[in-house]
Design a protein around this ligand. Sequence first.
Ligand code: 13P
Length: 389
Amino acid sequence: MPIVNMKDMLNHAYTHGYAVGAFDVVSLDFITGVMDAAERTKAPVILSLAESHFDYFDFELLMAAVEKAAKRASVPVAIHLDHGASLETAITSIRFGCNGVMVDASHHPLEQNIARTRAVRNMAQGCGIPVEGELGYVPGVEGEDAERHPGEISYTSVEEAKTFVERTEVDFLAVSIGTVHGRMKGTPKLDIDRLKDINAALSIPLVLHGGTGLADAQYASLIENGIAKINYYTALADTAGDCIDNNVKAQTRGYTGQVKGVANAIAQEAERCIKLWGSAGRADAVLEKSTPWNPVEHLIIYNTTNADPADDVGMITEGERVLSQIPGVRRIYTGTAVQENAGYKYTWLVQFCHKAVIDSYREHPDHVAFADTHFRPIAGDRVSIDYQT
Ligand code: 13P
């Protein structure tokens, strides 16, 4: 069960003055390590997948493992798309199981950032999914030396943040107040006064990107001023890399020997962060205050008036193609009754990620066109019910 609504989770953190770790995962060792740390500390946690890492793993395959790890957890978990570059990636990530999405158009001028973020927000709203936007620019790439990506930091302005949040209606805002992504020399200088003003103006959970490399005391003042989600990757990647280095130096040969201990090293670093950021011991309270993230099964059983069963197959194939692309649809199963004398010969079972999709799917132009042209004219004899599982 413990996939929960990410908005409930972050609102709890924001109102109770702590931050949830959003750890980017790139392999099974990362998933295992982060989940072990969350279980050991009884903390809510966010498993994030960053689009900048998609060259290193198969997104769909890794998401299957992420979702399994989240479902079998005893602590509340949210699954987040980090730095989504397009509306298409956001839709795909929801299909694969993300229940929070970030659209990062922060490198575009304000109006374009607003338009791109708003488009993702409109789509995600129909899927019941909260959205994180970013305003101001946090340079660097997660997991790499910050010096290799020397783009200028562009600090978030309070006035623009108000406009941005009003016009995009994002649920969380990632701010730029002095951090960079990746490995850096020295500790960043943070503009806490700016953060304080942004927080006073917005009163929504704020997000810190570039969580690696801060002094312990810096996290406390960030959280005090509205940071409720801390994105963290490079330090986990470095600790995993060090572990592999040590195995190699110890003359260990072969893959399993060389990655031995990686999950545990990641768990130790994630546990240190979770304790430092105040989310340890919050799992039960978050579970109590959060809506569980349950899919809805949209079930249709029907007969058709087609004389030739080949026409039914054509209609079903077309439906699978069109309907599976609608935002919020996770899977479509179609079937034919096993018993020849069954009251209904065919079924559609369409899995929605959230009950909000019942309405957005019904009204989606592609659904309307398919239903009006291909389905309803021949399938008047049907029963349709939505089940929450
Ligand atoms: P670090 O790589 O600096 O930890 O930042 C991670 C991040 O912000 C991911 O979005």
